[in-house]
Design a binder for this molecule. Structure first.
Ligand SMILES: Cc1cc2nc3c(=O)[nH]c(=O)nc-3n(C[C@H](O)[C@H](O)[C@H](O)COP(=O)(O)OP(=O)(O)OC[C@H]3O[C@@H](n4cnc5c(N)ncnc54)[C@H](O)[C@@H]3O)c2cc1C
Length: 445
């Protein structure tokens, strides 16, 4: 039997559950479809104090405070030098944050959504989505729903997770993945309530304490670099070898035992294009996935869900909505990220860091004549030569422009192809094309 709802939310992470709660609190009939289950392993466990007001708005504060959690009192970071620098949460006017167990946190959000009146379906796999008259039809084993509005909260790479909403694509700006492992320290060792960050040649590490006195330790690296890309059965050995080359994280993990092999989790920075349509809207990571370095994905997801719920409620009442914001804030975010990665120069020849340092595209003189005819002879660019260009242009956009230039065409047409693939501002893209010419990847006449 098909069940009708005002809104169906795809994805039961923090953003989807917050959107469902906020819409149900506004009296809307809402269902959530979660592919997996709410108690499964999830990442993103350190919450800054800015989540407090958002949880209050969702009616969750008292239950959240009652949850078992570790206080988050500051960051110790070896980024740019071997010595670790401490930044205490006491400097934050909002005070401490929290290290939560994400499975418990998400389960709490799920209970709140259900209490607000949302119908939750977990373990449904990936639903088939088809546009229907006045909305959408969704089918998964044992579930058949119809709704007027769809919320995509399916996380990074949303068109992959929620295929069926036509005309969308994910603009991935890098190849970052997290190799996440849980470790059990010796029982008599108390853990510090801090977030530890340390850079390495192949990426950067973070370690956080978890309720129950365990440690979550993650290496952020590129999916094609040796630690992540080698054979799966040897992943634990490669991860532990990489850990043994660190200083601070190794010291923290000394005597601790791995609970199981590391999980590989996608962590690419990217955005969905477009992130909304007349009868759907993406929220949280499904709309914009930030670098885990920012450490604010959950707060951003909750905020975007609350904002979207207000908009969707108005749309369901027949009001027309404002257009999507332009790309400027995402582009500014990418530039802030480059500046932060540039603060680590110790491994500037390593692929991971070259891909994130890049040139200063704003001040670099433009010398490329837009009428110059460019071509690509099909030779694959060497990874380390293309790396600094990848700091400016998403890898798939570079591929798109190279393929476009398999037939010679003027530089301004190459730029147009690039603009379609990656709308990140013309100057940045032009500098990217110029660098491709200067690096010898593109022939020119
Ligand atoms: C390594 C790492 C560390 C991080 N650390 C932090 C941190 O310390 N603090 C912080 O605030 N943020 C952190 N983040 C970011 C944070 O994890 C995310 O921003 C946050 O989880 C986003 O929530 P979401 O609900 O938008 O998406 P998600 O949490 O990704 O949830 C998406 C949900 O959708 C489900 N789903 C996917 N496809 C479908 C489908 N087709 N149908 C139904 N369900 C589907 C998934 O199973 C999942 O439950 C980190 C991210 C990474 C990768």
């Amino acid at each position: 039997m098909t069940v009708d709802h005002d809104v169906v939310v795809l994805g039961g992470g923090p953003s989807g559950l917050a959107a469902a709660t906020a819409l149900a609190m506004r009296g809307r009939a809402v269902a959530v479809l979660e592919r997996g289950n709410f108690g499964g392993p999830r990442v993103g466990e350190t919450l800054g104090p800015q989540v407090g007001p958002l949880l209050r708005a969702l009616g969750l504060w008292d239950d959240f405070i009652a949850l078992e959690q570790f206080p988050f009192r500051g960051v110790r970071s070896a980024w740019g030098s071997e010595a670790a620098v401490e930044r205490s949460a006491i400097l934050n006017p909002l005070g401490d944050g929290w290290h939560v167990d994400r499975a418990q946190f998400d389960a709490l959000l799920a209970r709140r959504a259900a209490a607000a009146g949302a119908i939750l379906h977990e373990g449904v796999g990936v639903a088939a989505i088809t546009p229907a008259e006045d909305g959408w039809r969704l089918q998964a084993p044992g579930v058949e729903l119809r709704c007027r509005f769809l919320v995509d909260a399916s996380g990074r790479g949303a068109p992959g997770g929620a295929a069926g909403i036509p005309g969308r694509r994910w603009l991935a700006c890098d190849r970052l993945v997290a190799l996440v492992a849980r470790m059990n320290p010796p029982a008599d060792r108390p853990l510090d309530p801090e977030l530890l960050i340390e850079t390495a040649e192949e990426g950067w590490w973070y370690a956080v304490p978890q309720p129950g006195n365990t440690l979550l330790i993650s290496l952020l690296t590129d999916v094609d670099l040796a630690v992540a890309a080698g054979p799966r059965p040897e992943l634990s050995a490669r991860w532990e070898a990489a850990l043994s080359r660190t200083n601070h994280v190794r010291e923290l993990a000394s005597g601790a035992t791995l609970e199981g092999p590391p999980r590989i989790v996608r962590a690419d920075t990217g955005r969905l294009l477009p992130d909304r349509g007349p009868q759907w809207r993406a929220v949280g990571d499904a709309a914009v996935g930030g670098d885990p370095l920012s450490g604010d994905g959950v707060a951003r997801g909750l905020r975007s869900a609350l904002d979207a719920a207000a908009d969707i409620d108005r749309a369901l009442a027949g009001e027309s909505l404002a257009d999507a914001p332009d790309a400027a804030s995402f582009v500014a975010y990418l530039d802030r990220r480059i500046r932060y990665y540039r603060m680590e120069q110790r491994w500037s020849d390593a692929l991971f860091w070259k891909r994130r340092h890049g040139v200063d595209w704003e001040s670099m003189p433009i010398t490329l004549d837009p009428r110059r005819v460019l071509s690509w002879d099909g030779r694959e660019p060497a990874a380390d030569v293309i790396a600094p260009i990848e700091a400016l242009l998403p890898p798939r956009a570079i591929r798109a422009v190279l393929e476009r230039l398999a037939r010679p065409c003027p530089a301004h047409e190459a730029l147009a192809a690039l603009r379609d693939a990656a709308p990140l501002g013309d100057r940045r893209l032009l500098v990217g094309v110029q660098l491709l010419v200067e690096a010898g990847f593109l022939g020119s006449q």
